[in-house]
Ligand binder design. Sequence first.
Ligand code: GDP
Ligand code: IMO
Ligand code: MG
Length: 431
Amino acid sequence: MPGVAIVGAQWGDEGKGKIVDLLTEGADLVARYAGGPNAGHTLVIPNGRGGHDKIVVRLVPSGILWPDTVCVLGSGMVVDPLALSKELDELVAKGLWREGDRRLVLSDRAHMILPFHLLVDGLREKGQFAVGTTKRGIGPAYEDKARRNGVHLGALRDLARMERHVARALDAWTPALQAMGEKVPTPKEVVAAIEPVAARLVPLLGEGSLVVDEAIRAGKRVIFEGAQGTLLDIDHGTYPYVTSSSATSGGACTGIGVGPTAIRRVVGITKAYTTRVGGGPFPTELLDEMGERLRTAGGEFGAVTGRPRRCGWLDLPGLRYARRVNGLTDLIITKLDVLTGLSSIEFCVAYDTPDGRVRDLPLNTLDRAKPVYERLPGWSERIDHARSIGDLPANARAYVERIAAEVGVPLAMVSVGPQREATIRLRDLFA
Ligand code: GDP
Ligand code: IMO
Ligand code: MG
């Protein structure tokens, strides 16, 4: 049975983690297809003492909390072995994963983020061409992959071979490191830094593509978990203010090693407003008190870096663009509760550009485009207890229904709080 892909429809942090965790209750396998520890997916789960615990996963798929679910880190990812090992420590400490448990599968051909990738990322971010990255070494690791100098995660099986591959990568970075006044590490030093975690990770290595294909052919329920968001995609985002991987649904195929027929639904996640972390155009950004209000009410601070997220109104041309480049079949709106208490809610319906008014996202002139806003009346009642669309105040319902109609994609869920149960479910995504 073909699977369900979950993609961010904006600039990341749309609540993908919450939705993947929720859907995993009815799934057998979750495969993450892109990015690395730049992602921060927040999971909020009951702690058995009447409250909730918060867990942030970066590399491990958001399905890990469900004890019978297989979790695959796809070959489209870049994996920092040291960061992964730390993440595993946290999961072991919380009793969510047992040492050596092979329900976690690390694709051999995922690329390694090595300490010099982090170094280069950090140094570049101090310069005049900074992008506002998460400084996790993402860009430099994907650069090595694209210039055929990368080191596969599978190289952990044979550290002598790994040393030769590291030497090849370092050779390419040497001029840049020297120009930045940095000491170039030896391949031996690099391997020695990773060696302490190799024995722990090697038993988890496997053929991710095969594991996913077998699950699909056996009629299992498979989720393809995206990271980042459509507008951060290397090909389809606001270049150069993007990440270095394919965050859109096409990346689910290349990043796992399955064909398009392995996916039958593509679910776009969007907040009820917009946020962005790092540099780059964001036409509906609110630099006033309203932006501050959204940031405070939505807790909009990065899950990875703690940076305040830039906040603004919803961008419907942006969501229509996400529908197009991902082939969205379903839409999920999160954080609707954050808008409670606003007397009115604005949203961008079109853009004024030098070429006139357009309903499509003017990606190539976004920094000069002027959003055209409409507004709808807000609501004051708390909505975090809503479990069906009829539980929402009329104005909240009108807002989400307007969004779905404007994007042209049916609503599958509306999220009204960070917890699993704070969700209005409208469609069974596995039906
Ligand atoms: P991801 O990267 O797409 O997984 O999203 P993040 O975890 O980085 O950021 C989303 C944040 O919003 C997290 O803190 C979630 O716990 C929280 N969240 C998710 N859905 C909702 C919701 O419907 N309402 C509220 N108030 N918070 C939510
Ligand atoms: P999740 O999966 C939000 C942003 C960074 C920066 C740009 C490039 O949690 O939604 P990178 O470190 O990837 O080279 O940074 O991309 N970025 C994200 N923003 N959510 C994310 O992931 C992000 N991953 C990267 O802030 O602007
Ligand atoms: Mg996040």
